[in-house]
Design a protein around this ligand. Structure first.
Ligand code: C2E
Ligand code: CA
Ligand code: CA
Length: 640
């Protein structure tokens, strides 16, 4: 309330003082020749200087933001000074009155009453003070006029007093209405300020990452859109970088989530220090961060910054007495060179990140025309594969798995083959991963297993079908049943099937994979662990899963004679399989010398070009017949 009063006073009091000064000058002018010197010199000087000081004071206050205490102090001062000054003025006027003629007296009476009325208007914001000022200004003068026994002056006093009282009343009503309006306006402004502050806070929360306190994904995307939309100079690059902390999941597993959170916070701090004030950095997702280099000089500079960023993130994290080490990879994409919109730029940066992570040489990659080409060819392969699967055009080749001593195949491994009329021969490594990525793998697996089972059904019952099952498939709950129903349709008993799995599947989702494996095993299907020795956790899974077979990766057989270490490893694996009653198969045997060494190490089963390359279905029958009847396999030649 006092704030409202104060703002009204600050508007009006300077004007009031100016008016009083003018009135005083006019009075002085009128009495210049008739009043004694002290009354037209000393008194006016005191009155004038006080009025001028107050005018300047109020003018100053108009531009100043005051605290509540200061406002109260100003109002208290006005409550005292107002009546005192009014009283001073009116006493001065009363003293002058006696020295004037009738006109001068009428003039001074008029001045006092006008000043009292205007004061009443100007101090309406403080009704009590206003009344006091009027009383202080008018009462001494009224008494003086009435005492003078002049009828005209007395009537004038009565007229002005009546008007003054009425005016004062009207003004009070006006003042109340005005303060109501001002108070509601102030309330509204306060509410608006609160709403604006709340909105600002909501926006801040929506655009800030809760854990690290830096910008979040939403903020990053919005910023990128804005920068691209208003990118001033097409000659200058805007580079997006996405950083991934390699090994962060392990840190969570080893040290716990609280430690993981602390690492992320520390990583965010380091990034903010690097980018502070220049560029934009955000936590994108989980252990991914993203930054925007606006107006990077060139792509080399962007690579240089990314290198520095990764180095900084790779420095040790000392938290609560523990120390963690992380590696960082970064994918970069430049606008407008790599993409002409924000979505594409992000996905290009992700592509580069993926390249960076899979590259042996560097952990930083900038999206380049070479990547563009491989995306084109990837999408071409995707389209062609979709069509080939739709038309059931993929084939199966069979590679024998041999019993070394007997010189006979114990199984054939089914290997997918695809020859496209335009793209030519495409490696299964490539199209299987494409099928996994695009969700075509289930359909593909069904087609391949159907074809392989149809062939296997015609082999002697002692020969198994060994079938590769993708990691993506083994973790699906429907896979076990679907596999068994295909076997059933093709009249191939479960006991005739070996499923080859890699540890990738077990790493991805051990429980899901393990449940499919159990379902298959209940139907008599055997489980083989493929490519053993290449991964990170193979040995752990040998104990965890009820394995029937283990295939030693071909990297061990190749050149085994020149590598004593590999010989020791292979021997250890063979012994372990013997102890666990797991059949052990050496893959990739290419030369008789390799076979001989493996045989000496105790290996009983082998697969490789030495015995036979993957062959079409109809050749398997000839192969079996040759082995059984003519004993002319390379194995026998090698042994001989
Ligand atoms: P894998 O399961 O380890 O299959 C063995 C691969 O080694 C085959 O390559 C085979 O041709 C090759 N190989 C066999 N003996 C030798 C040898 O003596 N020397 C050399 N250098 N290589 C030999 P392929 O057919 O190109 O298959 C590559 C990979 O593709 C397979 O590795 C497997 O992971 C995957 N794959 C193939 N067919 C299928 C399939 O039907 N389903 C799934 N999920 N994956 C498949
Ligand atoms: Ca295999
Ligand atoms: Ca293999």
């Amino acid at each position: 309330m006092n704030a409202v009063r104060h703002s009204l006073l600050a508007q009006q009091l300077p004007l009031l003082y100016i008016m009083m000064l003018i009135a005083a000058v006019l009075v002085l002018f009128t009495f210049r020749n008739s009043a004694p010197l002290p009354l037209i010199s000393v008194v006016p000087v005191i009155l004038f200087s006080s009025a001028i000081i107050r005018t300047v004071h109020w003018f100053r206050l108009r531009r100043t933001e005051l605290t509540e205490q200061q406002i109260n102090r100003q109002i208290r001062a006005t409550m005292i000074l107002g009546p005192v000054m009014a009283f001073g003025f009116t006493v001065w006027a009363g003293l002058l009155f006696d020295y004037g003629d009738a006109y001068q007296q009428a003039f001074i009476a008029l001045m006092v009453l006008i000043c009292a009325t205007v004061t009443s208007v100007c101090t309406a914001a403080m009704p009590a003070t206003s009344s006091l000022i009027i009383v202080a200004a008018c009462l001494p003068f009224t008494i003086k006029l009435l005492a003078d026994d002049n009828e005209v002056l007395a009537t004038m006093v009565v007229a002005f007093a009546t008007i003054g009282v009425l005016l004062h009343k009207i003004l009070r009503q006006y003042y109340h209405a005005l303060t109501d309006v001002i108070e509601s306006r102030n309330l509204l402004t306060r509410r608006n300020n609160e709403v604006t502050a709340a909105k600002r806070e909501v926006t801040r929360i929506a655009y800030t990452d809760e854990l690290t306190g830096i910008a979040n994904k939403r903020h990053f995307n919005q910023k990128l859109n804005e920068l691209i939309e208003h990118h001033p100079d097409p000659q200058q690059s805007l580079v997006v970088g996405i950083i991934d902390l390699d090994g962060f999941a392990t840190i969570n597993d080893v040290f716990g989530y609280a430690f993981g959170d602390a690492v992320l916070k520390e990583a965010a701090n380091r990034l903010q220090t690097i980018f502070a004030g220049k560029d934009f950095v955000a936590r994108y997702e989980g252990d991914e961060f993203a930054f925007i280099l606006n107006a990077a000089a060139d792509e080399h500079e962007a690579m240089h910054i990314a290198t520095e960023v990764c180095k900084t993130l790779e420095q040790h994290y000392h938290i609560g007495g523990d120390t963690a080490i992380l590696a960082a990879s970064c994918g970069l994409a430049a606008f407008p060179q790599s993409a002409d919109n924000a979505d594409l730029l992000r996905s290009r940066a992700y592509y580069a990140l993926h390249e960076a992570k899979t590259s042996d040489r560097t952990h930083i990659a900038l999206f380049s025309p070479r990547h563009e080409q491989s995306i084109q060819s990837r999408s071409q392969i995707e389209q062609a594969l979709r069509l080939a699967i739709h038309e059931n055009k993929l084939d199966v080749s069979f590679q024998p798995i041999m019993d070394i001593e007997a010189g006979k195949p114990v199984a054939f491994e089914a290997l997918a083959r695809w020859h496209d009329s335009e793209l030519g021969h495409i490696s299964p490594v490539q199209f299987i991963s494409t099928a996994e990525r695009t969700g075509l793998i289930s359909e593909l697996m069904v087609q391949l297993l159907e074809k392989a089972s149809a062939t296997a059904r015609s082999w002697p019952s002692s020969i198994q079908l060994s079938f590769n099952m993708s990691a993506k498939e083994i973790v699906r709950t429907s896979t076990g049943l679907r596999t068994l129903s295909i076997l059933n349709e093709n009249q191939l008993p479960g006991q005739r099937l070996d499923i080859e799995i890699t540890e990738t599947a077990l790493l991805e989702n051990f429980n899901a994979a393990s449940s499919t494996i159990q379902n298959l095993k209940m139907a008599g299907v055997s489980i083989a662990l493929d490519d053993f020795g290449t991964g990170h956790a193979s040995l752990g899974y040998v104990g965890k899963i009820d394995l029937d077979k283990l295939k030693i990766d071909r990297s061990f057989a190749t050149g085994i004679n020149e590598n004593i270490r590999n010989q020791h490893i292979v021997k250890a694996i063979i012994d372990m399989c013997g102890n666990l009653d797991i059949r052990c198969i050496a893959e990739g045997v290419e030369t008789p010398a390799e076979l001989e060494t493996l045989r000496k190490l105790g290996c009983k089963y082998a697969q490789g070009y030495l015995f036979g390359r993957p062959m079409p279905a109809d050749e398997t029958f000839k192969f079996i017949a040759d082995c059984v009847q003519q004993n002319t396999t390379p194995l026998n030649q090698a042994a001989g």
